[in-house]
Design a protein around this ligand. Structure first.
Ligand code: 26Q
Length: 822
């Protein structure tokens, strides 16, 4: 018999080509002659999607039949990045598809470039959620990601006259080939209104919530395929709509406009991602978004249990729910409400189930990022949840009193309600009380949580606390983004390191191999050359691919200290101006990242960097030895280009401020050396790669606290360090701002008079460390040796390791193998 491969599933070049042409015809309705690049991208996306569906359906069927225990990862953000390339890698058909597309006379990379990435997150926290989905699928862990299908994701950044300008991210403009709407599983979420008490038929006191508004949540499912396994899990994102029934009255009374307005209010809930990173804004719409996706998700879990005929009493056996920061922590109150009010369960049993179902990950030590909601606002939107929180709080404070008698200050600090001034609900406290596990995202971060931010909770529940150092997926951030380096690695140690990153250790031996070093260098060089060409085309700036590529790519925030980096650039520039013949190591300074639209100092820092670039890049005295480039609109897609091109990774946050960082891991895995403080996961990266392969500077977290306690005065450093003074005076003189001495004043004022993040205290140490970097870079062979050792020793930072640890220590969940049915 002749086996003919199906156009929907076949993996031969011929079947792929047929599938592509078929989708171009039937999905896009075009013939090749008039098909746009986007039509071709869509056809290709559908061709790949077709090949995922068998695995997706079989995975769902297996989980349903087995009633498998499932992790639900609740996150307000999933920063997925483009799906196409990643799915090709995980399906193992990248090369075949590339060939098929090329045989059709199309440019494969151009089609990959077409994809509008779903930018449904701000930065680290959202990207971590995406890496974890990849690892959970790759480790065959039954899991569901739950979040919001924002119509507008993180804004697109344009730079105009050196300033950031925000443009709406219309990522759904051309449709999304990766998700499937499931209107049949829609749910309703109540908002506002009031509560009433009543006595039920069994003489039990019950509460009924009469909402002001009801919103419908529609799930959109995206398959999340694991790497070279059959597992395809689901990312389920909720979109808000008005329920048809709710506006009947307005429609019938003839007030059509009012009815349509009500519809618009409902749809607002999933309209836009809040663009703040590491700051909480107490906005009602944000709280509405949180309850919206949390309630949809919990109701969905209950629906799944019903479908599998599992009694609700076993909720915590069927599901474990990981809270990605406090953003979904209203889930603690919502699950209580569902169990008690809607399903008539006794409070004690419901609480038992709830506290066995939730685990909470904290991602921040910054006080301004801890979520708290003004009590009035909270009660207006969630009157029933407010009552439930009072009840939880009353019982909880009784427990505290028993464990710590007569400690009134402790009660005030631990209460779920802050009553020190205007009253607030403290979401971190709710998450701690309602969860059986609490984790930080790097060793140092977890220690600081226990010592400081969550100290009272640590004393109350020491057994709940644990560390889970973050990780990154080597599939997207190596296999997909750095094929040249992967090819070299594979040629020496095979390709099983992709599933077991510890195997990269075998590369240690090759650090001493001259020929390997040479190839390693050639690859880095070629990638830098590519980026240089991109920069030339985009920014019109010539950068020298032989110069040291010194890159800081992350959200703009004062604690991340991009302005410390800027002070270093100015210092080098000043040295050149003082002595144009000075011998310096040529460097290209690259910056990428967005500032929250309302964060003025962060936006001013972007302007400062661009202003420095304008002067430095064209000053003939510099002779091209320094270049400063701002990379517009940093995104996951762009990040994949940037990490492989770096020589030096800037991880220079004030010690004790960056919970973990994950960009630090992506750079090092791609063979960049790190200049960094002892902050977040830098500490562990340095431990792994060896102190001799890491450029360390700056105060430790302890020293930062001690200095603050002593009464830190930035002027002390300004007055004593002439180079620092010169650098700052350059800015304040208007030298970088066409003579305008006021432009950067707000930035300089914070530095000279408060310097919350201690740039001035760390300046000298940073400059000296950068000098060591410059010297080290001149020793080409040794630099390469160090870079190879960094790659070889990054095994710990695979998100596979993180997820295995979550499975073992928190989730108590095992892999489920998926066999493909005939
Ligand atoms: C909260 C309330 C209202 C509006 C917005 C927010 C909000 C949104 C995003 C608060 C915080 C965030 C994002 C935080 C974040 O990305 N934190 C980072 O998490 C990474 C993953 O654990 C760590 O590596 C980083 O150190 C940490 O900064």
């Amino acid at each position: 018999i002749i086996q003919v491969e199906d156009d929907r599933t076949g993996l031969s070049i011929e079947a792929l080509k047929r599938g592509f042409l078929d989708n171009l015809f039937y999905v896009q309705g075009k013939f090749s002659g008039i098909a746009t690049k986007n039509d071709c991208y869509m056809a290709l996306a559908y061709t790949v999607r077709d090949r995922l569906f068998k695995r997706w359906v079989d995975t769902a069927e297996t989980y349903t039949k087995n009633g498998s225990r499932t992790v639900c990862y609740l996150s307000a953000e999933f920063l997925m990045g483009p799906h196409l390339g990643n799915n090709l890698i995980n399906l193992g058909i990248y090369d075949q598809v590339k060939q098929a597309i090329e045989e059709l006379g199309l440019d494969f990379y151009e089609l990959l470039e077409q994809e509008e990435e779903p930018g449904l997150g701000n930065g680290g926290l959202g990207r971590l959620a995406a890496c974890y989905l990849d690892s959970m699928a790759s480790l065959e862990i039954p899991s569901l990601g739950y979040g919001i299908r924002y119509e507008f994701g993180i804004f697109e950044q344009k730079i105009q006259d050196g300033w950031q300008v925000e443009i709406t991210d219309k990522w759904l403009r051309f449709g999304n080939p990766w998700d499937v709407a499931r209107p049949e599983w829609s749910v309703e979420v109540k908002l506002g209104g009031h509560t009433e008490s009543y006595v039920d038929e069994n003489d039990r006191y019950r509460v009924r919530w009469i909402p002001f508004q009801v919103v419908k949540g529609i799930p959109y499912d995206t398959p999340i395929l694991g790497y070279k396994v059959n597992t395809a899990n689901t990312l389920r994102l909720w979109a808000a709509e008005a329920p048809e029934s709710f506006d009947f009255e307005a429609f019938n009374s003839g007030d059509y406009v009012k009815a349509v307005q009500a519809k618009m209010t409902s749809e607002n809930l999933s309209k836009v991602l809040y663009p703040n990173d590491n700051v909480s804004q107490g906005k009602k719409l944000r709280l509405a978004q949180q309850i919206f996706f949390v309630s949809c998700s919990l109701q969905d879990m209950i629906r799944i249990m019903k479908g599998q005929k599992i009694p609700l009493e076993k909720f915590h056996e069927k599901f474990v729910i990981q809270l990605n920061d406090t953003h979904p922590s209203i889930a603690v109150a919502e699950l209580m409400r569902l169990l008690v009010d809607e399903y008539g369960m006794e409070w004690e049993q419901a609480w038992e189930i709830t506290t066995k179902a939730f685990a909470y990950t904290n991602h921040t030590l910054l006080p301004e990022a801890l979520e708290k909601w003004p009590l009035g606002l909270f009660g207006e939107l969630l009157p029933r949840h407010l009552q439930i929180i009072y009840e939880i709080n009353g019982r909880f404070l009784d427990d505290v009193r028993i464990k710590f008698p007569d400690d009134f200050d402790r009660l005030k600090r631990m209460s779920l309600i802050d009553e020190s001034g205007e009253r607030y609900i403290r979401m971190a406290n709710l998450a701690c009380v309602g969860s059986f596990a609490i984790n930080g995202v790097a060793q140092l971060h977890t220690e600081l949580l226990q010592k400081d931010v969550l100290h009272d909770f640590y004393e109350m529940y020491p057994e709940k606390f644990n560390n889970k150092t973050n990780g990154i997926t080597p599939r997207r951030f190596m296999v997909l983004s750095n094929p040249r380096l992967c090819e070299l690695i594979d040629s020496k140690i095979g390709n099983t390191w992709i599933k077991n990153l510890h195997e990269l250790r075998q590369l240690e031996a090759f650090a001493e191999d001259v020929e390997f070093r040479h190839k390693f260098r050639q690859i880095k060089q070629a990638i830098k050359q590519d980026l240089a060409e991109y920069i030339k085309a985009k920014n019109g700036i010539d950068v020298d691919a032989n110069s040291l590529f010194d890159i800081q790519a992350k959200r703009f925030h004062e604690y991340k200290r991009q302005h410390l980096n800027a002070l270093h650039i100015i210092t080098l520039y000043n040295r050149i101006k003082a002595n144009p013949n000075i011998d310096i190591t040529p460097r290209t300074f690259l910056f990428g990242g967005k500032a929250a639209p309302g964060y003025y100092i962060a936006k001013l820092t972007i302007k400062l960097i661009n202003s420095i670039g304008e002067v430095v890049n064209r000053d003939p005295d510099v002779r091209g030895r320094l270049k400063v480039v701002f990379l517009e609109d940093y995104s996951v897609k762009f990040a994949q280009r940037v990490y492989p091109a770096a020589d030096l990774s800037e991880q220079i946050s004030t010690a004790g401020k960056e919970a973990s960082g994950t960009g630090n891991m992506k750079f090092a895995l791609n063979g960049a050396l790190t200049i960094g403080t002892l902050d977040g996961a830098n500490v562990e990266i340095r431990e792994e790669v060896g102190e001799e392969n890491f450029f360390l500077f700056g105060l430790t977290a302890e020293e930062v606290y001690a200095k603050k306690a002593q009464g830190y005065d930035p002027m002390y450093y300004y007055n004593r360090d002439p180079e620092l003074k010169l650098a700052i005076d350059r800015i304040s003189s208007g030298f970088f701002s066409h003579g305008d001495a006021n432009l950067f004043k707000p930035l300089l004022d914070t530095l000279l008079h408060r310097d919350e993040y201690m740039l001035l205290a760390d300046y000298r140490s940073y400059i000296e460390c950068q000098e060591q970097v410059s010297q080290a870079y001149r020793d080409v062979e040794n630099w390469t040796r160090m870079a190879i050792l960094n790659v070889a020793r990054m095994g710990k930072f695979s998100s596979d390791r993180s997820i295995s640890d979550y499975c073992e220590d928190i989730w108590q969940i095992q892999p489920v193998k998926i066999e493909l049915s005939e």
